[in-house]
Write a protein that binds this ligand. Structure first.
Ligand code: ASP
Length: 590
């Protein structure tokens, strides 16, 4: 649309506009004075455009341009002309044309910027403090543009599938994801607090009770957790829920959604996606979000070690542990120091120790544990590993959780180190059949692996009732992309009896359930459709599609790792008056 200050965008002008009168506005990207003639690069969101001021031809304009500071905002008028041969650049979108303005106005003069926009090495703190300037950089504009395109594609897909976009409240009660809540004190209800939603989980289920049948929302969620590189205190989910569906229905709906999202980013996804069970993912990759772009799969040697004379491993197995192994090819030449580093790495990942067998290039087999194994056992390990001369097989023995975690991280470490990962591959898959509960050492009890509204596998109801919680599977599923969890969801419980059993297993008594989730449980008494859903972490999806490691690079105004906004200085202090109104007292000493 034409406006008074813009007839065209900078980046859209080309040879076909030659002779046209145009009005352009934008930022002064750079000014070059070449022997009296000034070349000015004007930038707006669409791209760059060359303006020329020649003191012989347009002295007034030349006078304005010669005083201009970069990043000032200007408005010009003039006729598009063909560039002379010397500056003709057919490779650039606008490289065939230029304008000798006949009118120029400075709309806003810029002070010297705190950093040069194309400086690659500017620190992230500075970028975040001046985020509005950082957003002018091409790469940030690219990321936000891609985010917009992907979100638009996802909305269009879901709208086309009959979903309704519904907003759910931000000020509410605690939700069941299990992270720490952000609390907002109520002024009118003395001593009461709202909790910001960790997700719209309860509300989307209530929307199903309300007959909406297909819901989605690009939802802001809040979790007060210690922030890792890929976490933000507030983040965005593409959240959806469907009625009258089973797991397969949700999976194929979401596959279409993910395909549309990737397509908007220029990546073709072939459907259907592979599915593997949680157990298989752990056994083969040591992770419930496996990066399947490369091999280095784990294998089980518990039976062999149990029959060996290696007491340390036998003790672990007797205590219910497991022994798993991984073969790393071509590193048999590692020095003693290299091996110390590898052992320390395993220990930093949580292992108590590391054992290995080295298959030397010479054919010799060396290992500190060889003496505990007989010929046959040694052979069997080599067969299971598929080990060749030059390879090393590593073993870790511990509780399954520790073993998988250590070897899973080992696998990723060597996958990267040995350049086994092709960054152009796109490995999308589903992990299904998650356990319903997970033991928490910290809490000394079983916790819901997904959340307490996730349906157990109904075949496992006996185990649930008898308290064999470690073996109850759930109808939960995660979608994984290149080793990162993109999203997860589940079929929900809609029977009050099953819900009661699950709350019981989680140690939630009736009073706590009523206090926390009473409104959901009560709603289920009035006709509840079977329902299921899922949420995709939008920031992470966009970061992966933009190929950046940091979700901060795809959020316009993110917080730093201290949950602080370096630009606005949030969180700020409250005045005594505000605290009083909120019925709060500060214990912070000034
Ligand atoms: N609310 C869940 C989460 O945020 C997703 C779901 O079950 O739909 O992880």
């Amino acid at each position: 649309m034409k406006t008074v200050l813009k007839s065209h965008n900078c980046g859209e002008l080309s040879a076909k506009n030659i002779g046209e009168e145009v009005t352009l506005s934008g930022w002064v990207a750079c000014v070059r004075d070449l022997g009296g003639i000034i070349f000015l690069e004007l930038r707006d969101r669409s791209g760059f455009f060359q303006l020329v001021a020649d003191p012989q031809i347009n002295p007034d304009i030349h006078a304005v341009f010669s005083k201009l500071k970069t990043e000032s905002v200007i408005n010009i008028k003039g006729k598009v002309s063909k560039r002379p041969d010397e500056t003709y650049n057919p490779k650039l979108a606008t490289g065939e044309v230029e304008v000798y303005p006949t009118y120029a106005q400075v709309l806003s003069e810029a002070e010297t910027l705190p950093f040069v926009l194309d400086d690659e090495n500017v620190s992230e703190d500075v970028r975040l403090k001046y985020r509005y300037l950082d957003l002018r950089r091409e790469f940030m504009l690219h990321n936000l543009t891609l985010r917009h395109k992907v979100v638009t594609a996802m909305r269009e897909y879901l709208n086309g599938q009959d979903f309704l976009e519904v907003e759910t409240p931000i000020l509410n009660k605690t939700t069941p994801e299990g992270a720490r809540d952000y609390l907002v004190p109520s002024r009118v209800q003395e001593g009461k607090f709202y909790a910001l939603p960790q997700s719209p989980q309860i509300f989307k289920q209530l929307l199903m009770v309300g007959g909406i049948e297909r819901y989605y929302q690009i939802a802001k969620c809040f979790r007060d957790e210690d922030l890792r590189a890929d976490r933000q205190p507030e983040f965005t989910q593409v959240d959806l829920e469907m009625s009258f569906v089973n797991q397969d229905n949700v999976i194929s709906m979401v596959e279409g959604l993910v395909q549309a999202a990737f397509k908007a980013a220029g990546v073709e996804v072939q459907l259907p996606l592979k599915r593997i069970t949680w157990q298989e993912a752990m056994d083969r990759f040591g992770s419930d979000k496996p990066d399947t772009r490369f091999g280095l799969e784990l294998f089980n040697v518990t039976d062999i070690m149990e029959a060996s004379t290696f007491q340390a491993f036998k003790d672990v197995i007797a205590a219910g542990g497991t022994v798993r192994a991984i073969k790393i090819p071509g590193i048999a030449g590692y020095s003693r120091k290299d091996m110390d580093d590898v052992r320390n790495l395993a220990i930093s990942f949580g292992a108590k120790g590391l054992a290995w067998i080295t298959y030397m290039e010479t054919g010799e087999v060396k290992s500190p544990v060889l003496k505990f194994l007989n010929e046959e056992q040694i052979k069997e390990i080599q067969t299971r590993a598929g080990a060749q001369n030059g390879d090393i097989v590593f073993f870790v023995a511990d509780k399954p959780k520790v073993v998988f975690d250590v070897l899973g991280r080992f696998r990723l470490y060597f996958g990267k180190k040995l350049n086994m990962i092709n960054p152009d591959d796109h490995a999308l898959l589903w992990v299904v059949d998650f356990p319903m509960f997970e033991w928490s050492d910290e809490e000394g009890r079983y916790m819901a692996m997904h959340h307490p509204f996730t349906s157990p596998n109904l075949d496992d109801m006996d185990k649930l009732k008898s308290g064999d919680l470690g073996n109850v599977k759930s109808i939960a599923y995660d979608i994984v992309y290149n080793g990162t969890e993109l999203g997860g969801g589940s079929v929900r419980i809609h029977s009050p009896e099953v819900q009661k059993e699950v709350f019981k297993a989680l140690g939630l008594d009736d009073a706590t359930v009523q206090e926390k989730f009473g409104f959901l449980v009560n709603a289920f008494r009035y006709g509840t459709p079977p329902h299921a859903g899922l949420a995709i972490g939008l920031d992470r999806l966009i970061a992966l599609l933009c190929r950046t490691d940091s979700i901060r690079d795809v959020i316009a105004f993110p917080k730093n790792s201290g949950a602080k906004c370096l630009m606005s200085d949030a969180p700020g202090e409250a005045t005594l008056q505000q605290l009083r109104e909120l019925h709060l007292k500060s214990t912070v000493k000034k």
